[in-house]
Design a protein around this ligand. Structure first.
Ligand SMILES: [Zn+2]
Length: 239
């Protein structure tokens, strides 16, 4: 048994009795408070019921309109299982390896490398409209490294929530920092916001770029410039 109120109450109870207070904002994960798959299904069913109410309020005859007959069901599934799945599913499993991949089989890799462009598919928390773009991650590793494909999975987990681009960039940096403890870390996101292209000013050239620099990328200008020039030569900047 479970629904969103059960889970909310669990979070409130946790916050009452512990010092590590948990938020359940739109772009937070609440996975640790969900007991099992049945509870995720219960959330999905509840969203379906409420979304049907939204369609009713919009005065759409969903009973006789074959286009919208199943829309509440489809939207609820899309929200909970796909575009907001990063709130409900656990963090992707990440295995770290010791950094001993330096040349000649000795020493460690101590150069800057970049992973990207990683596709960003997210949703604006203000308007529930898509955010679509690219992400680049620059790393000068410390003692630990992770497989390149893990960057994509971590980025996707964070992006699969109602987001604000600046906070999404910080959240991605936080997780990668936690997992790899690098000497230098950069996260750059360039994305288009459909809430700007489809409404309001209908501005079609509305890309937004956000970046977070940590460790030596923050302190050492030459290293940061090395990252920026490498990144700017990668594809994905003019899409
Ligand atoms: Zn928006």
């Amino acid at each position: 048994m479970g629904d969103s109120k059960t889970i909310q109450n669990r979070i409130l109870k946790h916050n009452d009795t512990r010092t590590d207070v948990k938020r359940w904002n739109a772009n937070d994960t609440i996975n640790e408070f969900i007991k099992d798959e049945k509870e995720i299904q219960a959330i999905q069913d509840e969203v379906e019921g409420h979304f049907q109410g939204v369609l009713d309020a919009l005065v759409i005859d969903t009973e006789n309109d074959h286009n919208t007959n199943e829309t509440a069901k489809r939207v609820a599934k899309m929200f909970v299982r796909e575009i907001f799945a990063g709130r409900y599913e656990p963090m992707p499993r990440v295995t770290t390896f010791p950094n001993e991949g330096g040349g000649n089989g000795s020493g460690r890799y101590d150069q800057v490398y970049i992973s990207g462009p990683i596709t960003i598919r997210s949703t604006c928390a203000h308007h529930m409209m898509p955010i679509v773009g690219n992400c680049w991650i620059g790393i000068k590793p410390g003692d630990k490294v992770i497989g390149l494909s893990k960057f994509n999975r971590l980025v996707d987990w964070v992006a699969s929530r109602p987001q604000i681009q600046e906070e999404m960039t910080e959240q991605i940096a936080d997780i990668i920092e936690e997992q790899t403890d690098p000497e230098a870390l950069a996260v750059v996101i360039k994305a288009q916001h459909f809430c700007l292209t489809h409404r309001g000013v209908k501005e079609h050239e509305s890309d937004m770029t956000t970046s977070v620099m940590r460790g030596k990328f923050q302190k050492e200008v030459a290293l940061r410039n090395e990252f920026l020039s490498l990144m700017n030569n990668m594809r994905g900047h003019h899409s």
